[in-house]
Design a protein around this ligand. Structure first.
Ligand code: FES
Length: 167
């Protein structure tokens, strides 16, 4: 439970706002950080902390692409395919990336659970398309070769982490 593990942090979040409800986005971030995604239970937990109905937590989680109501891979690729980026080749880049990772043309998660790819709307880096964020860090002016290099690097990091965890 968030409230048991993060009591101080939750108090500090509430202290920033005039009412509990206004803290919902911060608490959704906290829940996603803790659980990896926003399950039905975690949305209920956040709603209870904010004294609101769970449907309100659902509506916020569903509106913003920074929240995920589905489990996702260790590395979450959100590729902007909005119009200005599409004019700079983002659609083709997205298709190539999905094909390279073998997740199907609409995106999804790789079989090893390492990568989730999904399209998102404008991330405010339109002049640097094709661009994406990976776990909220921007990668810009991408092409298939640069993203392959990134995927290789992340695979190597994940393998190292797994090795360290098993030692
Ligand atoms: S349209 Fe893609 S970052 Fe703005």
């Amino acid at each position: 439970m968030l409230v048991e593990k993060y009591a101080d942090r939750i108090d500090k979040i509430f202290a920033k706002y005039q009412d509990k409800r206004s803290a919902m986005m911060d608490l959704l971030h906290l829940a996603q950080e803790e659980y990896g995604w926003l399950s039905e239970d975690s949305l209920r937990e956040v709603a209870a902390l904010c004294d609101v109905d769970p449907t309100q937590a659902h509506s916020i989680a569903g509106f913003y692409t920074m929240y995920s109501e589905k489990p996702k891979g260790t590395y979450w690729f959100q590729v902007c395919t909005d119009l200005p980026c599409a004019l700079r080749g983002a659609d083709d880049f997205y298709r190539q990336l999905c094909e390279y990772l073998g997740v199907g043309e609409h995106g999804g998660t790789t079989g090893d659970g390492l990568f989730t790819v999904e399209p998102v709307m404008c991330l405010a880096a339109c002049d640097k398309a094709p661009m994406m964020q990976c776990n909220f860090h921007y990668h810009e002016n991408l092409d298939l070769e640069t993203v392959k290099a990134l995927v290789d690097k992340l695979r190597a990091e994940a393998a190292q982490d797994q090795k360290a965890a098993s030692e």
